[in-house]
Design a binder for this molecule. Structure first.
Ligand code: F6R
Length: 354
């Protein structure tokens, strides 16, 4: 098994600079906040009664972060749309964040065209590409974020601007302090999760060691850590090129656990990660505890607690641990975490079929 404390070998394998991008997340969030303060606000023809974030993969996860983080704060609902089309109710009273890091994802471009034709209020977040060009030509505000990293490494660039824009539009308050708290905490956490901190003292390296050779199953809770569970799964898939699954309490107590009742062989090579946040419903906390006792009879289990000075930092504390863990897991498998050849292949094949 490769040695995760051999920092030189770790970084040599990582030709796309995924570790560097993870390390710079704090600075990325600060920069993203600044961009959100500079962009022109969209002109609204009608008051906004719902927010839609449309995008795919690494560009969509920020929508879920907004949905979960904004849930208790926003006076209007947030829908995350990962599709070519938009729901019928999208119209002049809808604010649509169209998010694509490359600006060239065909589903997102199609959703953009539909949002425009429905008269929605649009803000684009992108490095450029066709989305940047189209939105600028159509007179919609474009938060133009720096390129050069993988979309999934750019959650700061793709998510933080939604907070800044929504605050300036009067939907949120106190976001600058929230982002500053997050940034300071990320700077602290990277010392703990970063490559220089050795195995045994580094929770991300230690957890990667447990997930190695096993099927990671990430369980979070509705309304708090659900987005984190989804993110961990995606990061394990894209960085370590390994299967992973996620689900949420309390729902999984009503189906998934039954499916595991007789699955001893699968459980023997599964590792469960239970994600916890202080805001989890008290009954959900009990459910997690009981379920963990059941699973621990046949599978490995790790509890991970959110930490940090505010809700945003707590959410990101878990995301950040998952990001680093997936990078170390890639290293354990001897895999370069950056390239996602399968996604590139699919995009290229689809591009040949206009
Ligand atoms: C790659 C990644 C993918 C992309 C997705 C959409 O790092 O995370 O999930 O985010 O293929 O592409 P963009 O983000 O360019 O719209």
């Amino acid at each position: 098994m490769p040695n995760l404390d051999d920092t030189k070998a770790l970084l040599e394998l990582d030709t796309d600079g995924m570790f560097d991008a993870a390390w710079s997340l704090a600075e990325q969030c600060t920069e993203a906040w600044g961009l959100s303060q500079q962009v022109a606000l969209p002109e609204q023809s009608r008051p906004v009664s719902q927010i839609v974030v449309t995008g795919l993969g690494g560009s969509a996860i920020g929508g879920d972060l907004l949905r979960v983080f904004g849930g208790p704060l926003l006076p209007v609902p947030v829908l995350v749309n990962r599709d070519y089309t938009l729901p019928r109710y999208v119209g002049e009273d809808t604010l649509v964040f169209v998010v694509s890091y490359s600006g060239n994802t065909e589903e997102t471009l199609s959703a953009y065209d539909e949002a425009k034709s429905k008269g929605a209020t649009i803000v684009a977040i992108t490095t450029g590409g066709k989305l940047g060009a189209r939105a600028a030509a159509d007179g919609f505000p474009v938060v133009q974020v720096p390129g050069g990293i993988a979309p999934r490494s750019a959650t700061g660039y793709l998510f933080i601007p939604t907070l800044g824009v929504l605050e300036r539009m009067g939907f949120l308050r106190g976001m600058q302090a929230e982002v500053e708290g997050l940034v300071a905490y990320l700077q602290e956490l990277r010392e703990k999760y970063g490559p220089a901190n050795p195995t045994g003292a580094n929770p991300a390296k230690d957890l990667a060691g447990k997930l190695y050779g096993r099927l990671p199953v990430i369980w979070g809770a509705s309304g708090t850590t659900e987005v984190v569970a989804m993110r961990w799964k995606g990061q394990v898939n894209e960085n370590a090129k390994t299967p992973a699954y996620w689900n949420v309490f309390p729902e999984l107590n009503h189906n998934e656990v039954v499916g595991l009742e007789k699955a001893e062989n699968i459980l023997a090579s599964t590792w469960f990660v239970f994600l916890h946040d202080p805001d989890d419903h008290p009954r959900v906390k009990m459910r997690m505890d009981i379920t963990k006792r059941m699973m621990a009879k046949a599978a490995g289990c790790t509890d991970v607690e959110a930490s940090g000075p505010n809700r945003l930092a707590r959410l990101y504390s878990l995301i950040y641990l998952g990001d680093y863990t997936s990078l170390y897991l890639a290293a354990l498998y001897g895999i370069n975490p950056g390239p996602v050849k399968v996604i590139d292949f699919l995009k290229a094949e689809l591009a040949k079929r206009p």
